[in-house]
Design a protein around this ligand. Structure first.
Ligand SMILES: NC(=O)c1ccc[n+]([C@@H]2O[C@H](COP(=O)([O-])OP(=O)(O)OC[C@H]3O[C@@H](n4cnc5c(N)ncnc54)[C@H](OP(=O)(O)O)[C@@H]3O)[C@@H](O)[C@H]2O)c1
Length: 341
């Protein structure tokens, strides 16, 4: 019988050793990442690099970053930068991360680490060889809410997990980069990575993949639904689309109860546990957006690097690669190719 929910074990983000960060690719997510670091941590954002001197200057001025570099090479030559946050579009992650590693920098790479599992493997191998940290900024996994959810499932409060469902759909207009085939557009890498990762966290590796997709236009996938069979038993039902807003909810169902996460399931916010016998239990937490949540993966990297580690123990590279492996299999069934495959 479930009587109360565990507390998050997440440490105070301001107690992490401060690293000097360089931002590579000052776009939408980079702005929120820097806001989150400035608001919630003692991390130092030292420099920003853009392909355009004007965009670097503009970002530095608006976000309070001391140094603006024209070009990514200049950012990587900056001895003050210890770790590079790679926030370029997905197909650029691989080159940017390898260049940063070759320059002796640690890297935290926006999700997905690469467009496919091979790219992620190569990044991880290069970091290992160079003795620097390489992590994926899959922010959801680092949120205090997910520490509570994982404790609930790992401690067996739901019993054996049998079924998982997760959905992430968002309507985009055709001028967004997500519509650009050259930038590995479509829903899978931007949005679908959350449902796929979520299913793996609770049911582990995948034995069977059954996926269908529909196009957004003549050159781009628009939506995917997939059913995964998991090696240890259990199955998951996943959905992702750029053609409509969806509830973005998720559940984990076990023999003794289910856990229900309202949308957006991948952001800070509440959830509830409904035991098979007994009253529902609520995890109360304000729903918050990126600028109040992206910092958790950064402080994990800072703590790990201070310990001399080259991988995250919360979101290890093995999980990053396994999730991309599943997405590769989903695409193979539908016939989706990406630039960089
Ligand atoms: N964690 C999350 O919740 C979250 C949310 C959104 C996005 N993301 C991830 O973050 C990454 C960037 O997404 P975003 O929405 O921030 O994209 P964005 O606004 O388009 O920014 C990407 C930046 O990358 C640089 N860039 C380098 N090569 C480029 C190219 N060939 N085409 C376009 N831009 C290029 C650009 O900066 P300069 O040209 O100035 O150098 C641009 O500002 C994606 O991989 C995405 O999956 C994560």
């Amino acid at each position: 019988m479930i009587s109360r929910l565990p507390a998050p074990r997440t440490q105070d983000p301001t107690t992490a050793p401060a690293l000097r960060w360089g931002i590579m690719g000052p776009g939408w997510i980079a702005e929120r990442f820097v806001s989150s670091l400035h608001k919630h941590t003692n991390q130092q954002v030292t420099a920003v690099g853009s392909r355009s001197a004007g965009r670097a200057d503009d970002f530095a001025r608006r976000m309070g970053v001391p140094t603006a570099h024209s070009g990514y090479d200049a950012l990587l030559s900056d001895p003050a930068v210890e770790i590079v946050y790679v926030s370029t579009p997905h197909p650029q992650h691989h080159r940017c991360a390898l260049d940063a590693i070759a320059a002796g920098k640690h890297v935290l790479i926006e999700k997905p680490m690469g467009v496919n599992a091979r790219q992620a493997r190569e990044i991880v191998a290069a970091a290992h060889h160079a003795g620097v940290f390489a992590g994926e900024a899959m922010w959801t996994r680092f949120l205090p809410k997910f520490d509570v959810i994982l404790q609930i499932v790992d401690d067996g409060m739901l019993g054996t997990v049998r079924a998982v469902a997760a959905d992430h759909g968002e309507y985009f207009t055709t001028d967004h980069r997500i519509y650009d085939p050259a930038l590995a557009g479509g829903p899978l890498l931007d949005l679908g990575t959350y449902p796929v990762a979520f299913a793996r966290w609770f049911l582990g590796d995948v034995s069977t993949v059954s996926a269908i997709g529909q196009p957004a236009n003549h050159e781009l996938n628009g939506q995917i639904s997939a059913v995964l069979g998991h090696v240890g038993g259990g199955q998951s039902v996943l959905n992702t689309t750029i053609l409509a807003n969806t509830p973005t909810t998720a559940f984990v169902a076990g023999e003794n109860g289910y856990l229900e996460v309202p949308g957006p399931f991948y952001q800070p916010g509440p959830f509830r546990v409904v035991p098979r016998d007994g009253e529902p239990l609520e995890h109360t937490e304000e729903t918050a957006a990126h600028a109040d949540g992206l910092h958790f993966s950064a402080v994990d990297a800072a703590r790990r690097i201070a310990d001399g580690a080259i991988d995250s123990d919360i979101h290890p590279s093995a999980d990053v690669i396994a999730t991309l492996d599943i997405m590769d299999r989903v695409r193979a069934q539908i016939g989706i190719d990406f630039a960089g495959d």
